[in-house]
Design a binder for this molecule. Sequence first.
Ligand code: NDP
Length: 492
Amino acid sequence: MYIRCTAVQKELPRIQNYIGGRFVSPIGGKYLDNIEPATGQPYSLVPESDARDVEAAVEAAETVFPEWSRTPAAERSRILLRIADLIERDLEKFARAESTDTGKPLALARSLDIPRASSNFRFFATAILHTENEAHVTDGIAFNYTLRQPRGIAGLISPWNLPLYLLSWKIAPAIAVGNTAIAKPSELTPMTAFLLCEVCREAGLPEGVLNIVHGTGPEVGAAITGHPKIGTISFTGGTVTGRKVAEAGAPLFKKISLELGGKNPNIIFADADFDAAIAGSVRSSFANQGQVCLCGSRVFVERASYEEFVRRFIERVAQLKQGDPLDPETEQGAIVSKMQLEKVKYYVELAKEEGGRIALGGERGPSPNDRCRDGYFFPPTVITGLPVACRVNREEIFGPVVTITPFESEEEVVRYANDVDYGLSSSVWTQNLSRAHRIAEQIHAGTVWINCWLVRDLRVPFGGMKQSGVGREGGEEALRFFTEPKNVCIAR
Ligand code: NDP
């Protein structure tokens, strides 16, 4: 659901597209309301761009590509490091903007989202200084070496849950290796991408290397995925949209990376360190109001400890402070949009129909303050008693809702964990090292955390199996994705 702006709201600040190093209005002159989730009110306007704006961005990106792709790695690195420094310098401004735009707690934006955006630029700025090229000697006949060259224009499409964190995770590797880029943030959360453009300009990033076109998925996103000159697409979002992206790119033989949804298991064995498992599970269930693709929305607890876990988990969750996202004490903020809030409510009602018991939460409490009286709030909700194979346990909710289910054996819980269409991440809590290795091997997920959650080393491969995606991001995987390997064979 897109909310078009009205005449009354025309005085709201306008976000602009960033094309060829200049801030520009959308060619069609149309804007959408940008709503603050904590208040439910529009607070700025975002361009409702279309294919013409994407075309202008392609021209800019194409023009500068020869120069940027030949710029020495040390120079590209220097500019990216400067971007990282400037994000750090402006951390407070970025964090407040992210919190206002998404409804996430300011404390989370300050400690996670914005520092990670800065780290993304720093990481890839330095990674390109330490690359190696493979060489293969063909006995007595030839010598081969591999050139890894930038592919041209990269299209980067990201979701609303971790706006700058995820967009910078794509922008940084794409431009670090010498591509130019056209990025489209979610139209629900465009603000920090807009601020990033100012930083890029100040850092001296040449005009046209990064272009940001704001607007909706069906217009701007589809114009990017269908553009014949944008040969590389890195997409993070829902599985249904991912399918559309794959369909648009396949006939044009684009190189596509898809980071999609999840329905991640969080498995607690009776021998786990319970204090750590409960603290970790509260985070993995409700961080960012459960709107992290890696959240463990299905909690499985070994029968012997089930009652104790449920009791202690609920005690801890009940203490989470829900409030105005801009209050630095707030631990649970607002849901990103009315539509997402309705989706969460729908699944809670469905859980009741499917035989679940609402052990905590389930309906909206009082507003945190007067400013937030029309905001999109929903309390952390814990559901027990559901069958493993019901819809609530199989479909991605992407909100502050977890289910808890007992299990009897390793074999049973592995079956439960894998019994979904998704395969993004998982957590296992146990003190038994052999068991940890056994379970890790058997789980269908791109990431298995043992006795932790969301520990992210930027060098490791990141991505999903099954309907959670295709391809990997992170470290070497990202450098390879955004380059084309070319074998040069020299006869002896
Ligand atoms: P969506 O799939 O709805 O949107 C993602 C992006 O794609 C948005 O920018 C959206 O634009 C755009 N888009 C929509 N339609 C098209 C189209 N036809 N062509 C091209 N682009 C399009 O996801 P959400 O924003 O709702 O984000 C939540 C989802 O993202 C969850 O499923 C979550 O699991 C997943 N996710 C996955 C992660 C991972 O690493 N695997 C990480 C984080 C989230 P618009 O502005 O119109 O919405």
